[in-house]
Write a protein that binds this ligand. Structure first.
Ligand code: PLP
Length: 363
């Protein structure tokens, strides 16, 4: 493997562990296993640039208790996946879209931007070095988590002068180990996830801390995900858990319009394109919870599913809102959910022709 590594000129490789025999656990639980290496670089305010890019062995990092991110949550992240195809090639799914979104998150959170080409290069180099870690079993992939946090050790609410950018990699198994099973979701008007003109359209850490209580309360009554309603009237549907949502009516498929409080998902964007190519009418518009309940009662509503990198497509078994429970199927995903899941994962694993050019090859 050593001979294959050509480091980008200025990334330092700080490791003795290039080739390590990788023993992947029999059952890989999402997000608990990490590869041998990680990427790290620092932002130096005096120099006004990112410095010291390096790939080193995965491990703990030491920071001061005053590190700004702990107090003011100036941090952003991304989540994407790499796959090992049957022909041995490694492909990342639409990474340029994640890098673009990362940029938008940087700007909104006053974090210095990272050169997109360098970002891509750093990610590819790290994946190359740890390529032995990419699981090849069906439904498995390498989850990529780039992130930046404010690293200056100072108390005071202002943008940090220093930042750390890191990329860690985690081999992951199928999101639903029992197979593609629909999940129960619950709409809440007790909490909101995001408001327009806030930071709901950025992958910034604070959004997720703020969502935990609603999720815990939904789980306590048997629902796996929260269906988030808009921050102003709690009337319009926005997202489900950390996924975008699609509602299939008889004559159109609706996904909430990106009004600023919704995270613009890469999977959402891909699903819209696939559906339009299949001849479906897809409308990005406001859709109220009442419209969905009415559609269910009149037989106009066919199925509901979520979209996101982790689960790809997640079918909905039932939807609770106040005293209403809309019931779909406990064990069978909707017909279109299943079809999209098969086709999209087919493209990702190189089993279906990549007609959209969504795969970026690592080597
Ligand atoms: C990441 C995320 C999504 C899904 O985005 P993908 O790019 O499809 O993974 C949707 N909603 C929220 C809140 C998210 O954090």
């Amino acid at each position: 493997i050593e001979g294959r590594i050509t480091m980008v000129s200025n990334i330092t490789l700080e490791t003795s562990e290039i080739k390590k025999k990788v023993e992947l656990p029999e059952k890989i639980v999402f997000g608990r296993t990490f590869t041998t290496h990680m990427f790290e670089m620092d932002y130096d305010s005096a120099a006004g640039e990112w410095i010291n890019p390096r790939i080193k062995e995965y491990g703990t990092i030491e920071v001061s208790p005053a590190t700004m991110v702990f107090h003011y949550a100036q941090a952003i992240f991304e989540g994407l996946k790499a796959y090992k195809l049957d022909n041995g090639k490694i492909a990342i799914f639409r990474p340029e879209k994640n890098i673009e979104r990362f940029h938008n998150s940087c700007r909104r959170m006053c974090i210095p931007e990272v050169d997109p080409e360098f970002f891509m290069e750093a990610m590819k180099e790290l994946i190359k070095i740890d390529s032995e870690w990419i699981p090849t079993r069906p439904g498995h992939a390498l989850y990529i988590r780039p992130f930046v946090f404010a690293s200056e050790p100072v108390l005071g609410v202002r943008p940090s002068d220093n930042y750390k950018f890191m990329i860690i990699l985690s081999p992951v198994g199928p999101y639903y180990p029992e197979g593609f099973k629909p999940v129960p979701i619950m709409a809440t008007d007790k909490y909101v996830r995001a408001v327009r003109k806030g930071v709901g359209d950025c992958k910034t850490s604070g959004n997720y801390g703020a969502s935990l209580l609603a999720q815990r309360e939904a789980r306590a009554v048997g629902y796996t995900q929260v269906l988030w309603l808009d921050g102003i009237e709690q009337k319009y549907i926005e997202e489900v858990g950390t996924m975008n949502i699609f509602i299939r009516f008889k004559n159109e498929i609706v996904t909430p319009k990106l009004t600023g409080s919704i995270l613009p998902g890469v999977t959402r964007m891909s699903v819209i394109q696939m559906l339009r190519d299949k001849g479906y009418t897809v409308n990005e518009r406001m859709v109220s919870i009442d419209e969905v309940i009415d559609g269910y009662k009149t037989g106009n509503l066919i199925e509901i599913f979520g979209s996101g990198t982790a689960a790809v497509i997640s079918a909905v078994s039932k939807l609770k809102y106040k005293d209403e429970v809309l019931h779909f199927s406990d064990d069978q995903p909707g017909e279109l959910s299943k079809e999209l899941y098969e086709e999209l994962t087919g493209i990702q694993y190189g089993k279906v022709e990549d007609k959209y050019n969504w795969l970026t090859y690592v080597e």
